[in-house]
Design a protein around this ligand. Sequence first.
Ligand code: HSE
Length: 398
Amino acid sequence: MIKYAILGYGVVGGGVAEVMEEQKQKIAALVGEPVELKYILVRHNYPGDRFADRMVMNFSIIENDPEVKIVAEVIGGASAAYDYTKRALLAGKSVVSSNKELVAMHGAELCDIARKKGVNYLFEGSVGGGIPILRPLTQCLAANRIDEVFGILNGTTNYILTAMDEQGRSFGDALKTAQELGYAEADPTADVEGIDACRKTAILADLSFGYNMDPTKIPTSGITRVTEADLELAHALGYTVKLLGRAVRTPGGCCAFVEPHLVPMTHLLASVGGVMNACVVRGSAVGEVMFYGPGAGKRPTASAVAGDIVDAAQHQAFRKDTDLGRSGGILAPADDLLCRWYVRSPDDPDLVQSAFPGAVPVYGSSQECGFITELMDRKTLASKLAAVEAGAAYRVLE
Ligand code: HSE
């Protein structure tokens, strides 16, 4: 019998206990012995809860119990979660996590401790919620040179954009529903300002290119400035608006950024709606593959975390090696990347034509126009935008 503990009993923690319980017979058959929940670390009591008899409030009980071989950290944040993860690894326990903030900020150090202690640190649920993406990227695609990884990496913002676009709902109303559905972070600023997607982009970039990146150095902007006019004009131009996290191989390293993009309606990413996430990987041998599925929520995220518990239980003697990079990140300036840009401007056609000759503006109900530029870097765009009043300028996904 293998015993495990769950740290945190929020949306994901409850889901992990539920999913593991539901599938206990199948899991026992896969592992070769039962995998049983021994403790749940909580901050307050849950009277009447089916797992109430296993709840403890002191992490030391878990840390010092040699029977506990696997710890699922689903607390979130990078303070208590960091302390407990480190202590659990140092106590010789494998740790699995869906905590993207912790993995992005301290994952390399935690992987290093796990390596030295001969245990696993697995974090499939930290990117893409229920979508299997980290194992395919690091194992199934191991024989590829990864050239780019990009996608819709935050369920809350995709839910909001889809609700605004397809149902005409307000930003605030859609965010409230995303919170009620358990998609949003405790502080949804991390979702709407792109910070959550940035952390996931850092993890993908690291596993793709081998450079450990400081997520706070990745240029990031969220969806708070995307307007109804942007969605209307994008449609008129044949696009939709999506928040994309992108990590691109460059000659000297890689660059990474998170920004709203105009995605052609013909691209598969355009049809990824609601809480769904999708991640596209461009590899030297495989070409382009896309992974799609629910990017947030109780049971999808629990599916990934529980999968990691099973994997850790199956690999007690021979640890899995999906380690984060051991060298510092070489972060090239994202501004140098050439792309076409969508520009929204309240100016008249003559002014737009003088700054962007050949631009074909479309007009929406807001009286503003929108157009797509030629290929250029951000500096060139900025110099041209000095001549027109730009309401927004977003990259176009090629
Ligand atoms: N708040 C996150 C999201 C949860 O909306 O995608 C899953 O990481």
